[in-house]
Design a protein around this ligand. Sequence first.
Ligand code: E4P
Length: 219
Amino acid sequence: MEFFIDTAITEEIREINAWGVLAGVTTNPSLIVASGRDFREVVQEIAGLVGGAISAEVTALDAEAMIREGREVAAWSDHVVVKLPLTPAGLQACRALTDDGIRTNVTLCFSVPQALLAARAGATYISPFAGRVDDIGWDGIDLIRQIKEAYVLGGIETKVLAASIRHPTHVVQAALAGADVATIPYKVFRQMVTHPLTTAGLDGFMKDWAKRAGGEVQK
Ligand code: E4P
C-alpha cells in the first residue's frame, strides 16, 4: 500500500517527504483554505516537492464547468490528478477527463455502488472516506474491503485510495483490506512513527554509549 499525505500545508509535506515514504499528496477545498495559500501556487509547490500523484479538487458543481476546471488544473503540472466529487456531474466529468488522458480521483465515496460507477467512468483512484463512515456508526474499513473485492472480481484497475484516515490502526486495517493507497494526515504519520519502546530503547543505547572510554555520544 502506498502512502499519500492528506494536507496542503507545505511544512508538513516537507517533513514527512524527507522520510522517503510519500508517493503523493491529496488536497481538498477545505485543506487548501486551511493552508491560507493560493490554490494554483500551493498545488504547484507541492508538485515540485513530492512529485508522484497530487490530487487537486475542482470546485465547480456542473459537469461542463467541472470539465473546464479539471483541464485547467491538470495543466498546472504533470503530477496533478483531478479530484471530482461522486455526483452525476462528477462522473460525467470523470469520463470526459479520462478520455482526454487526464488522471482522476473520484472523492466523497460512501458506498460500493458509487465506487463501481466511478470505476466505469474511468476513475484512476476512488476515495472511500473511512473515518466519516465510522462517524455515522457504519464500518469504513469494511467499505474499503468490499470495494476492493468488487474491483478484483470485476477486473477493474481503478486504485482504492483509503481516505478520511483518523489513526494508525485505520492505516493497518486499510492495508489488510487491500487498499492500494492510504492518504494520511500529518498527525497520524507522527503517531505511526512513534513507539514508547523505540524512544526508551534508543535512550538506553545512548546512555550506555556515553559511558564508554572518551564518553562522547556519537553524532
Ligand atoms: C481525501 O482525499 C480527503 O481529503 C480526506 O481524507 C478527508 O478526510 P476528513 O474526513 O478527515 O476530512
